[in-house]
Design a protein. Structure first.
Length: 80
């Protein structure tokens, strides 16, 4: 399986420092990789230009938690 995320846009998060953005991206990548390894999408070849309209994520000040929760939300969309 191959997945390429060209751009990750998070709206509604104020004041994210560059170091936090790196932590969010790292946590997102690790968690999404883990989830897709455990439960890959049913279709062999799926292309998404945009995954949008995700449910609101839990409020947190942790960049790592935000990345993990975002990965879980994206994974839910990919496997449904």
């Amino acid at each position: 399986m191959s997945l390429h995320v060209d751009e990750l846009v998070i709206r509604g998060v104020e004041g994210v420092r560059p170091v936090d953005a790196d932590r969010i991206a790292g946590a997102f990548t690790r968690e999404l990789t883990r989830l897709l390894t455990e439960q890959p999408p049913a279709a062999e070849a799926v292309s998404y230009e945009v995954v949008s309209g995700l449910r609101p994520l839990p409020a947190t000040t942790s960049a790592r938690r935000l990345g993990r929760e975002l990965a879980r939300a994206v994974h839910r969309e990919l496997v449904r």
